[in-house]
Design a protein around this ligand. Sequence first.
Ligand code: HEC
Length: 293
Amino acid sequence: MIRFTACALLLLIVAGISWAAHVQAAPKEEQLKLAQQVRDIFEAKCLDCHGPELPRPKGKFGYVLDLQRMADNADYVTRGDAAKSELYLMVRDDDMPGEDANVPPLTPEEKEIVKRWVEIGAPGELPAGAEKETPATAETGGIEMPTWKRMIRWIGRFHPVSTHFPVGLMMIAVVAEALAWWTRRESWMQTVRFLVIFGALGAVAAASLGWINAYFTSYVGSSAAILKWHRWLGTLTALWTVLCAVLVVMSECAEGTPERRRFRGALLVGATLVSISGFLGSALIYGLDHYAW
Ligand code: HEC
């Protein structure tokens, strides 16, 4: 029994030592200094999107100046282990602040400071008398994105609005095609052709704008996966609508022919693809559950 207790004690001590070794010890002054530095870096580079004053902070994460709270969140920080701390990895890989930010990424020195801060256990205490108030705006760091790049970014912002054209036109084309089949009227077939051709043009435009828009965004985690699906399904959708346009021109106005049936099938698939791509796009903004009851 004594042997067992001794063994258990020894194990505990070993575990304790290895844990202590894990979080590097640092003198109090260094802890305070690093905490202040990290706070200053975050204030300069993250406040625009994660500041406590924002009504809707990005990623639902609005406490970037509260070191203690961040360090307590195991999703962000593993005390003593920078390689397991999402917060550090994001700034290390320039995922944050992303391409769309008005501030440049962290410098190698700044990254090193954040890393060291995590390694010494991510202390939250700031030097006494340190400025704790949040400045009204964080125009620090400078913007410096060249005008042409800002222009391209601006053009990319028309992606969401542009997608309404292929979605609406392809949907109504299905209705018009149903009427064409029902009434056998030539005029409905011409309507379908008109709608599908413009739907295809709209889809190609929307997909191109989407690629530009995506370049300037920074999605992480599950949103990054949604973006990937949205990007490739959206691209496939645009190509598919072009195929539909080619088929409708080829099958012209010949009701009852195999060509027309082939086009009809392609149109139904196209309308479905457009809806799914659109849903994934809105999921990027509102979340996958935005139609939940
Ligand atoms: C231009 C805006 C912008 C800036 C600046 C920015 N972020 Fe983000 N951040 C985002 C967006 C958008 C998300 C949400 C991404 C998503 O949901 O995929 C996010 C998400 C995060 C998350 C994950 C939140 C979660 O729980 O999912 C962390 C952590 C984070 N940012 C840290 C930082 C840090 C640290 C900085 C500064 C170095 C920073 N961000 C700067 C836009 C920004």
